[in-house]
Structures are given as structure tokens and as C-alpha cells.
Design a protein around this ligand. Structure first.
Ligand SMILES: Nc1ncnc2c1ncn2[C@@H]1O[C@H](COP(=O)(O)OP(=O)(O)OP(=O)(O)O)[C@@H](O)[C@H]1O
Length: 330
């Protein structure tokens, strides 16, 4: 298998709150290969956005990377100067955030903003590239003259994606790019992102808390809970047979569009305060299949078939029921 284009190792991010630090990302490892679509899921407050900002080196105080590395195409972004990072951003990797309204400059036309991004790089692009990328995302190039407020929410998100494509980067990092849109616009934008990804071959790291979105669009899934990766594997494998009780809970909290009608159960309680995470397995206070070791022993990521899961039920030598996750929660 070729080397990943993105290798995140032991990445740790803390928010300095003046009291105990909030460890929002705790020793995360993640590989992303060329052309892959990786979905990052988890409830609000599990560290998904912080992880993305840390990968893109866009964290600001009080958050800081306190350990680990982010190697992109072999270079460690964590140790890189702001000048070098600015040269890589947009050209080699770009970032699309939740709300284009906040990311776009309200007093500059879309074309003006594209021009600024082009001017900031040495990379030559053709004069008609701004029009070309707008067409790619289904917007008439006439809107290069438009200001952000003149576009609908969906068009603004598309314009942001067009900007992210100006230099055809190898990686696009997306933090809930469709969350501000209605369901229909959300779906059509996702289809468009997937089409573009397949056509142009860039990799995507995509954060969402919508399991149904990732089920249709991502190749691989990262499930985060309380700052840690708790399950990692091919999307299909995780959906068909979740190895972590948290993943199972997330899946049970979302309606299946095509599957049989089953009552939605959800997960009682909420994620912990990351200044004081629970001992042992962080999910144990909410876990329907917790047993006596769970508050005492911190699980590692164990190999479970083709996926990895941070659950003691899968620790080598564990003698609990063969498939307790399925039995106890279904
Ligand atoms: N400025 C801050 N100071 C202290 N803690 C913070 C700050 N910002 C975020 N946190 C904490 O960091 C943790 C991770 O937050 P983050 O926004 O990355 O989660 P998330 O999974 O992306 O949530 P959402 O889906 O709501 O965006 C949370 O526990 C949050 O309380």
C-alpha cells in the first residue's frame, strides 16, 4: 500500500483554562491515503473540530498542540513556520469550515477573494481558473462579481469549496460544511463533493455528527469519544458490525433511510468534561455493557477483525460474552 499523504501521530491538543487543562484531542493517530474520504464522527464536544484545526495548524489560544506530529506529504506541519504553512494551504491542502459566511470576506466579491488566494501563492493558475472552479461546483461564473450576502447559504458553501479547489490540492479538510443547510441542499452538496473528489482525486477528511451522511459518502470512519479515537475502520465494516458500544449507540440514534423501522434509542447522558475525564474507559459511565474492569483499566485500540476499537471487551484474553455489544444493546 502506498504511504499515506497524511500521518497524524500521538496528536494531543489542550485548552489552557487557567485551571486543569482540557485535553480535547488525546494522543490521536490517523492515516489518510491519497483519494480517500475519511469521516470523523462523534457527539458534540468529543474533539472533532479541534482535531481538524490541529491538523490544519489553525488552532488559536487558548488551544495548543502539546504533543505529537502531523506529517503531510512527509513534512511535519507542527514544526513548520507560518510562512511555509501559508504556502502549503490552499495549494496542497485546503480547509472548508462550517459557515462560509464567517470564512468569506463580506465586503469583497467572490472573484476578488479568489484573486487574493491566487496572489498569495507562487503557483501559476490560468486566468479562467476562478470561473472554471465555480462551474465545477455548479455556480454560474457570473457570480464572481457577487458578494457573499448575495448568494444563498448553499451557494456560499459551494463558493468556499470552489475556492478550496483553486489549486487542486491533494487534501481538503472539511468541518461540517453542510450543517448550515437544509436537508435537500445538504444532500446535493454532498453528492457534488463526492463527484468532485472522484473526478479530481483529492483526499477528504470530513467532520460531521450526521451518521447518515458518512454512511453514504465516506470510505473510512473515525469515531471519536472524549478526545480519543474509539473506533477506526472501513465505513461499511463499522456500520455492519460496530465493535465499540459507543459506535453502536451512535448508529442506534440515527434513523436508517432504507432499513426496517426500529425505535431510536440514542445514548443516555452526555460526553464528559475533558478537564476531568472518567477513569479507565471514558465511556464506561454511559456504557450499557460496562463490567468491573472498565472504570479501572484504560483500554487501548485493539484489532477487532478489520477494524480497531478502544473497548476492553476486545482486549486479548477477555472472557466476557462473545458478542455482548450486540446482545446487550439490541
Ligand atoms: N475555548 C475553549 N476553552 C476550553 N475548552 C474548550 C474550548 N473550546 C472547546 N473546548 C472543549 O474542547 C472539547 C472539544 O471541542 P470540539 O469543538 O473540538 O468538539 P466537537 O466534537 O467538534 O464538537 P462540535 O460538534 O460541537 O463542533 C470540548 O469538550 C469543549 O468543551
Amino acid at each position: 500500500m502506498p504511504k499515506p499523504i497524511l500521518e497524524v501521530r500521538d496528536l494531543t491538543v489542550e485548552y489552557d483554562t487557567g485551571d486543569r487543562p482540557v485535553v480535547a484531542v488525546d494522543a490521536v493517530d490517523l492515516d489518510v491515503h491519497a483519494g480517500e474520504f475519511v469521516g470523523v464522527v462523534g457527539e458534540s464536544g468529543c474533539g472533532k473540530s479541534t482535531l481538524l484545526f490541529a491538523i490544519a495548524q489553525l488552532l488559536s489560544s487558548p488551544a495548543a498542540i502539546t504533543g505529537g506530529s502531523v506529517r503531510f506529504q512527509g513534512q511535519n506541519l507542527v514544526a513548520m513556520s507560518e510562512t511555509k504553512l501559508a504556502a502549503l494551504r490552499w495549494r496542497d491542502f485546503s480547509v472548508v469550515m462550517q459557515s462560509a459566511m464567517n470564512a468569506l470576506n463580506p465586503v469583497k466579491s467572490i472573484g476578488g477573494q479568489f484573486k487574493d488566494a491566487i496572489m498569495a501563492h507562487d503557483e501559476p493558475v490560468t486566468d479562467d481558473r476562478p470561473a472554471e472552479v465555480l462551474r465545477l461546483v455548479g455556480i454560474d461564473p457570473i457570480h464572481l462579481k457577487s458578494y457573499p450576502h448575495q448568494l444563498s447559504g448553499g451557494m456560499r458553501q459551494r463558493a468556499m469549496i470552489a475556492m478550496a479547489l483553486l489549486f487542486t490540492p491533494d487534501l481538503i479538510i472539511m468541518d461540517e460544511p453542510t450543517s448550515a443547510l437544509d436537508v435537500v441542499a445538504q444532500r446535493s452538496l454532498m453528492v457534488q463533493i463526492k463527484d468532485l473528489q472522484q473526478k479530481l482525486g483529492f483526499a477528504v477528511v470530513f467532520v460531521t455528527h450526521d451518521m447518515s451522511l458518512v454512511s453514504h459518502f465516506s470510505d473510512r470512519l473515525v469515531v471519536m469519544y472524549a478526545g480519543q479515537v474509539v473506533e477506526l475502520g472501513a465505513t461499511r465494516a463499522v456500520f455492519d458490525n460496530p465493535a465499540h458500544p459507543y459506535s453502536k449507540g451512535l448508529l442506534d440514534a440515527f434513523p436508517s433511510i432504507r432499513g426496517p423501522k426500529v425505535p431510536l434509542t440514542g445514548i443516555p447522558g452526555s460526553p464528559p468534561n475533558l478537564a476531568h475525564p472518567p477513569s479507565g474507559c471514558r465511556f464506561h459511565p454511559r456504557c450499557p455493557v460496562a463490567f468491573e474492569d472498565c472504570p479501572k483499566i484504560e483500554p487501548e485500540l485493539y484489532q477487532v477483525g478489520s477494524v480497531q476499537a478502544r473497548c476492553l471487551l476486545h482486549a486479548p484474553g477477555q472472557t466476557h460474552a462473545a458478542d455482548p455489544i450486540r446482545e446487550a444493546t439490541s
